[in-house]
Design a protein around this ligand. Structure first.
Ligand code: HEM
Length: 416
């Protein structure tokens, strides 16, 4: 996720000329519902320098190579274009480069091994089944609140050891912080006061929880992070705090959007929903196709460390490189008929929805599992699910993309 600016404005940064057409189109709130025509134009121009200090890349081969390039730094919070000073308490390993990044990431990976994630399947299924039963009783399903927020938040709270009773507060702070993950395009380049307040709220909240777990450890990830040691390296309280905030946000808002984007895509392609219903083992393939077709994290950034060139474009140290993951995932040089949603698409190079290289999403396995279970239940549980007229609206975020409301009608639930 991009850890740079705040806000969603459309005007240029102070002192900068108006945004060029394609970038202005992309940031236009009127295009939230379908940003793909603007992304296509930007991909065609890639690599593209809309203004001094920013290089935009949208082709799959360029994004894939540069995300793995060691001369690209993840310390975007210190980028000249859009610095967002963070205290040690919120500077997490998403913003660190190897070897520091490797050391921190290694201490957390143990919680996300394939075996650990697979072991969570039964209780994730239980939670999701309860949510569908509740919708069945209510006779209506508003996907975003009733399912998409409820499931990942419950899972990440359980994993970390955060009391689920506090979900309202955590959800509010998470949503506010998510707006601060938009890239430095036509914004003030700073955190909004709401996002800064949310960050302070998280710091205060987790500081108290960490103190509690230090004096009385439990079988949860916070307690584990306080004790874990590798090659003599341990996390201090600030590191644990930054990691908790990262996991709670990274592991939550993104998965919410994947569930929303997936159910919307299925409802808009009823033939594909029928295929899934007929063969629920297709659920993991649906998840992959949605990640490609409508990525929940649309972009990320790096800061160039060295002078270089990319095609005709010059890259200078300190330049921000903006990766349009959503554009790369629809690159026609890689995916045949890329704008088509096809859950049985022939094998192709991996999409970039979870990024690539050292910062490849740590929770990819968990997200895939949660969403596959939710989609399998969605396709088999509800009778004749359909999108209500006017039932979709989009979040205002540019980067973390997903519906804010998705109202589904159905005729009942299948027995069993
Ligand atoms: C559909 C759901 C998800 C999507 C689309 C997603 C996407 C991403 C992307 C694109 C990055 C890398 C950003 C970059 O290269 O700058 C990332 C990193 C990360 N994600 Fe996810 N994520 C998802 C779910 C999760 C979950 C469930 C967790 C944990 C519970 C998680 C934890 C992380 C962490 C810790 C990082 C930082 C990795 C590093 O810097 O080494 N994510 N995610």
């Amino acid at each position: 996720m991009v850890g740079t600016a705040g806000g969603n404005g459309d005007s240029a940064l102070p002192g900068r000329p108006p945004l060029p057409g394609e970038i202005a189109d992309l940031t236009d709130p009127g295009n939230r519902e379908d940003p793909y025509p603007s992304l296509e134009k930007l991909r065609r121009r890639s690599p593209y320098t809309p203004f001094d200090g920013l290089l935009v890349v949208g082709r799959h081969d360029q994004c894939s190579a540069l995300l793995r390039d060691q001369t690209m730094s993840a310390a975007r919070d210190r980028a000249p274009l859009s610095p967002t000073p963070r205290g040690p308490r919120t500077r997490n390993f998403l913003h660190l480069d190897p070897p520091e990044h490797t050391r921190y990431r290694r201490l957390v990976t143990g919680a996300f091994t394939r075996r650990k994630v697979d072991g969570m399947a039964p209780w994730i299924r239980e939670i999701a089944t309860d949510l569908f039963r509740a919708a069945a009783e209510a006779g209506t399903l508003e996907v975003v609140d009733d399912l998409a927020y409820a499931l990942p938040l419950r899972v990440i709270c359980e994993l970390l050891g955060v009391p689920f009773e506090d979900r309202q507060l955590l959800q509010e702070w998470s949503s506010e912080l998510a707006t601060a993950l938009d890239p430095p395009l036509g914004t003030t380049g700073r955190m909004t006061p709401e996002a800064a307040r949310a960050r302070a709220g998280f710091v205060h909240y987790f500081r108290r929880l960490i103190e509690e777990r230090r004096s009385a450890p439990r079988q949860d990830l916070i307690s584990h992070l306080l004790q874990v040691e590798e090659d003599g390296h341990r996390l201090d309280d600030d590191d644990v705090l930054a990691t908790c905030v990262l996991l709670l946000n990274a592991g939550h808002e993104t998965t919410v959007n994947l569930i929303g984007n997936a159910i919307l895509a299925l409802l808009r392609h009823p033939g594909q929903l029928d295929r899934l219903r007929a063969d629920p083992t297709l659920a993991p393939a649906v998840v992959e196709e949605v990640l490609r077709y409508d990525a929940p994290v649309q972009m990320t950034t790096r800061v160039a460390r060295r002078h270089g060139t990319l095609g005709d474009a010059e890259v200078r140290p300190g330049d921000t490189v903006l990766f349009l993951l959503g554009a790369a995932n629809r690159d026609p040089d890689v995916y045949r008929d890329p704008d088509r949603f096809d859950i049985e698409r022939p094998a192709a190079p991996a999409h970039l929805a979870f990024s690539a290289g050292a910062h490849f999403c740590l929770g990819a396995g968990l997200a895939r599992l949660e969403v596959a279970i939710a989609l399998e239940l969605f396709s088999t549980f509800l009778i004749r699910p359909r999108l209500r007229d006017g039932g979709v609206s989009y979040k205002r975020n540019l980067n973390l993309r997903g519906p804010s409301r998705l109202q589904v009608d159905f005729d009942g639930v299948h027995a069993g």
